[in-house]
Design a binder for this molecule. Sequence first.
Ligand SMILES: [Zn+2]
Ligand SMILES: [Zn+2]
Length: 264
Amino acid sequence: MKLTVLGKSPAWQDAGGACSGYLVEDGDTSVVIDCGNGVFSKLRMFRDYVDVDAVVLSHLHADHMLDLVPFAYALTYAPRQQPVPVHKWPGTDDPARPQLHAPPGARDTFRRLAGTWGPEDLIENAFELREYEESDELEIGSLRVSFQSVPHFVETYAMRISTTNGGGKLVYGADCSPTEALARFAADSDLLLVEATLPRPERTGDRGHLTPREAGEHGRAAHVGRLVLTHISDELDSDWARDEAADAFGAKVEVAAEGAVYEV
Ligand SMILES: [Zn+2]
Ligand SMILES: [Zn+2]
């Protein structure tokens, strides 16, 4: 499978960047993991949005789901999605309606979000929405997605993504504070995409994120093949982050960059 980084910023975008979003492609199957602000524009550079089979969200923070709004508008109002000919588009009886897998409570959250300015069913009409449970295993084309609850400020799930085509195993840690659950879940995966948000641990004591060194420690505990840091601002020194993580991991570490592609 192929992983393309669409956005790697934390809760505010890098200059010219996007918040969390990753495109996973395997043969004809394509899945968008998280869809933060700025991600829809980046997605359009790599894959036609009507060809996306599913969007899977790790949690319902703004930086992981806000671009469902422009995505939903495109699916609703794009000329080629209409039943009648519009401009150069012939009209269709079968408009694209990707699956949307989101944590429990997502339907209510999306209704409150869209309902602040218009019809509250914007997102659930555009996508085939389903709230997953931790024990679910999604089958999306040739991809399989399973979940692990991780500690964060809201209900959040790491994801393990594999393929029926014999490819490798990818784990996305979502946003999380230090946790043995992630190391167990990611054990022996080929690539761990792990957040490294903080220059130092939270000062309030209420933890929700990792430092680059802690990210490296999780990679080491899980014995992963490759470690890629993400959810890190361009206002932090990426060389410093990479070195901190590599020291703890005991091997080379990469820092995610938008447009970077990883074969897993
Ligand atoms: Zn985040
Ligand atoms: Zn978050």
